[in-house]
Every structure is written in structure tokens, then in C-alpha cells.
Design a protein around this ligand. Sequence first.
Ligand code: KPL
Length: 316
Amino acid sequence: MNVVVFGAGSLGSLMGGLLARAHDVTLVGRDPHMEAVRRSGLELTGEIELVTDPDARTDAPSAADLAVVTTKAFDTESAARALSGRADRVLSLQNGLGNEEVLRTELDRVLAGTCTYGALYREPGVVECTGRGEVVLGALPETKSERSDRDDREGCTDRADRVDCADRAAAGRMGAAFREAGIETTIAGDMIERLWEKLAVNAAINPVTALTGTPNGALRTDEANRLATGAARETARVAREEGIDLAEGRALAALEEVLGTTAANDSSMLQDRRQGRRTEIDAISGYVADRASEPVPITETLRDLVRAWERSQGVR
Ligand code: KPL
């Protein structure tokens, strides 16, 4: 399969490097990382040691069977524009909720996914795998408002079912392609619940680790654990307010599991903070707080602290 990984930072490079074991992969990212991969290949270190030789460039190639989008949530719109007309299928493996809707404004045949592998950018051409997690992917039916917008435009209502069915079949094929490359993969029929579950994990881990400067595993104990579990509980509650079947126990179990498998990882938000970059706080804690009908004090506090830090750095 011909795969383009759009947004080849730490996680995108890890996924691309693994996929290159079985497929023709093109990474799209920034120099000097892309330049180093072109020159000497991509080196994965840590829990997975591997050198692969994917193509690496700074703009999207003209065609691919699958585009895996791993950009930051705030870059989704530009990813959608850059990939328009260039990929048969698109899979989002991004943090935060709502990315698929944004991708669908420009692209057809978008699948949803989550990824809990830990990845750390070491230097140009080198990415460390700090935890073997799991990729979960599947079809994500259009939201009611997307569906009615399209029905108004096209004057038809039965296309939605056909699209769902084709997406489910495609999810099976893409899942098989990931497994062929040795990536732990689950094909799920309940992606909206899975996305909220991952949102609960990110709302718990990312801002707390970014603010405390600790790896994920440190949240298993002490005061930080109270904050992280509190944020996961609040997210699960908001999910249920939205009609999503996410029990508190399921969110906490997912958090516990990811804290274990990525104990040595610095979360993506901590990596962003260390590099003085804008974070995904709006798509994670901001998204939860915006949808809450009752106060979510822990999530709001974490969101405000990270936003205040972003402002102090001039990246907001
Ligand atoms: O998604 C992640 C992130 O850092 O953004 C986890 C799974 C929490 C790994 O650190």
C-alpha cells in the first residue's frame, strides 16, 4: 500500500517508520527532520529499534492509497487543504475531538483513529519509541448537522448508509495494513466512544504533565494522580451529557493503562512546552470545558494555566 503520513513529528514518524516495514511510505514534515531522513533514513530507538528508509518531503505527494494525518489539531484545516484530491482514504490519528469533521470539509472517505504509542523526537532523523500502545481505527458516521447540510446540498438521504458501509469495509482493510506492519491495531465499531475515551486520557495526562514537567508515569501516584483522575472523571461526565456511553470506570481504566504503557514518555504537550510551541490545549481541555453543561473545575483550571503559559510565550 502507498501511505503518506502527513505531519511527521514524533508520533507521525514512529507510525511511518513502522508502516514502512510493510508498505511504501512517504513522510511529510518539516526540515531539518525530513532532510535527515532523506539523507540517512529514519532511525527508531527505545522500545522499538529499527532503521527504515521512507521517502521524506515537506509537501504532500500527488497520490496515495492512504493518508494518515498526525498533525496537531490546530493544523487540521491546512492538512485537509494540502491533501485535497491526493488520497483515496484518510485516517486521522490526532489528539482531540472534531478533527474528522474538519478533514471532511475538504476530503472524502475519512476514517477516525486513536493512537496510544509513546514517541519522543530525539534529533533530526531519530525518534524514540517510549511505549508500545495501540492504534484503534474505524468508521465515524457523519454528525447530524453534517448529514443535514449534505442532504440540503444534494437532495438525497440514502447516501449516508452507503458511505458508512464503505467506510467500515475500508477500516477493515486499513487495520489489516497496520497489522501487517506489526502495529498493535484494533478495528472498532464504536469510534465516537473511543475518541471520547482517548480525550479523557489526554485531558488527564497532557496538561498535568506539561505543567509539572514529569513523564506520564509520575501521574500514577501523589497529588498529580488526583488531578489527572479528576480531569478524566470530568471528561467522562461531559461525554455522557453529550449522549456518549462512557462510564467513569472505563475512562479511569483507560487512563491507568496508558499511564502504564507510556510511563517513560513525555506527553506531546510537555514536549510542546519544552520547545516553546503552541499546545493542543484548546482541542483537549478546551473542547471538554466548552461542551460541559455543569462546571468542570479541574479541566478549566488546567486549561487556563496552559493557556496562560502559551500567552506568556507569545504562542497564543
Ligand atoms: O496521546 C498522548 C500524548 O502524549 O499526546 C499519550 C497517549 C498520552 C502519550 O503520551
